[in-house]
Ligand binder design. Sequence first.
Ligand code: ATP
Ligand code: MG
Length: 261
Amino acid sequence: MGRIICVANQKGGVGKTTTAVNLVASLASLRRKVLLVDIDPQGNATMGVGVDKHNLENSSCEVLMGDIQLIDAIVSSPEAGFDVLPANSDLTAAEVGLMNATLKEKRLSLALAGAKERYEFIVIDCPPSLNMLTVNALVAADSVLIPLQCEYYALEGLSALLSTIKQIRLSRNEKLGIEGILRTMHDPRNNLANEVSAQLIHHFNDQVFRTIIPRNVRLAEAPSHGLPILLYDKSSRGSTSYMALAGEFLRRDEKREQTAM
Ligand code: ATP
Ligand code: MG
């Protein structure tokens, strides 16, 4: 049975999409069967894997509205070896449409239920807010992966996100766990970043991934070519760090399964 991992942080530009795209691509290169789900109206993950968001026949919007089945909206990325549920700005309308819909918070969960048998991992890229789309992802997910840029206000934002996760756990999805906190765009020459990083380890210890994603210009360039970093520049530091993340992610996953048995 597959696991659903939601990549979330209400703060914008912290590396959610970069992490979702490159974790999925790295897992696919390790022969895991993975699905990338874009539920951000910006459609950055969609474009980042080379799918044109302006020319989508079907997308996560129609799936959330219950107009079509998940399978009819999935696009394969044969070169990269994984599947994508794409998104575009139509999703903004879906968010409004969901307001008065029945089971409005469970739409994504219901849509992905069958897919858990076909994929080992389903990774959801969330928009930068705690809106109905993100709530749908949190209700569908088994765990949350939190990308975090080690800056002054990062920890404050993190506690708001953790309290939302707690609320969702209490009211709508008791299985929701924390996959891990990932330090992104890290610059070791920045003293403040090192300080915040140390505080993070102090407070959250094992919940923090040991892999750190460095600031790397190749990672910033890759999306404009519609390619995950692994296909854009395999030898870059960005690529090796996301491969290391995939390795750590799988080791933690195995450990979790063993303790659950
Ligand atoms: P949003 O909240 O808007 O969805 P996000 O959290 O998904 O943003 P990204 O889009 O992944 O963040 O990253 C923001 C910008 O920073 C992008 O231009 C991306 O290419 C760049 N970027 C992300 N990670 C890195 C990195 N490690 N090194 C350099 N640039 C990066
Ligand atoms: Mg994004």
